[in-house]
Write a protein that binds this ligand. Structure first.
Ligand code: 5RP
Length: 237
């Protein structure tokens, strides 16, 4: 199975968790896109009254074009479930997200859901987070000063990281919110919770890509089928 086939299988498996009347958060990225297509087909076939909240303009466009009914967090501040991909997940259901640059909306939407399901191919499973550079969304104003303060925060935690301002088509990458992203290569993140707290204390940092205690189910596509990991204690419903 290719990685894309594994993503597709995981996306298909997530349909099992969708019930009539649900308000569903839709993630961003290639795996989330598989889920959006599969969900749209299910909604059409079963005439389901599902409403969805997108985590990016890109997702909104795809989901709307497939006929899914879109809504907002303003109308529904508590969603039933969010289904999204991830750049990495570990054995404690902690994630790195933001490879596609949608981490802020993804974190707001997922944390506003009764539970979050991550769908992923096998390559996303890690023992320790951090091989994937950690995306940190920052406001463009004073970005160098913010980068310096991020480095200082890393030093306080005895971490060494390489900071790279994300570039797309030769220009600084802009998120849907007009911010930019600093990708922080750390190699390993021994204490993701502590790092997230330190990063979010830096003025100029809008959000970091560490999803701590947000995800409670991971569906991972493998060559042998989809493996399900469930956290013992689900977030309260
Ligand atoms: C977007 C994300 C994605 O979920 C993450 O980058 C995984 O992407 P893909 O499903 O394309 O492998 O966090 O901000």
């Amino acid at each position: 199975m290719t990685a894309d086939e594994q993503k597709k299988a995981a996306a298909q498996a997530a349909l099992e968790y969708i019930r009539p009347g649900m308000k569903v958060g839709l993630g961003t990225g290639s795996t989330a896109n598989h889920f959006i297509r599969a969900l749209a087909a299910k909604v059409r076939l079963e005439n389901l009254d599902i409403e969805c909240v997108p985590t990016s303009g890109q997702t909104n466009q795809l989901a709307s074009s497939l006929g899914l009914r879109m809504t907002t967090l303003e109308k529904h501040p508590l969603l039933d479930v969010t289904v999204d991909g991830a750049d990495e997940f570990d054995g404690n259901f902690q994630l790195i997200k933001g490879g596609g640059g949608a981490l802020l909306a993804e974190k707001i939407v997922a944390s506003s859901s009764r539970y979050m399901i991550v769908i992923a191919d096998q390559s996303k499973q890690v023992e320790t987070l951090g091989k994937f550079p950690l995306p940190v969304e920052v406001v463009p104003f004073g970005v160098k000063a913010t980068a310096w303060k991020i480095e200082r925060a890393l030093r306080l935690l005895n971490l060494t990281g390489k900071l790279v301002l994300r570039v797309k088509d030769g220009k600084p990458f802009r998120t849907d919110n007009g911010n930019t992203i600093i990708d922080v290569s750390l190699g390993a993140i021994p204490d993701p919770n502590r790092l997230s707290i330190y990063l979010n204390n830096v003025p100029g940092v809008v959000e970091d890509g560490l999803f701590i205690d947000i995800c409670s189910i991971v569906l991972m596509g493998t060559d042998k089928g989809v493996e399900t990991f469930k956290k013992a204690a689900h977030r309260p419903s």
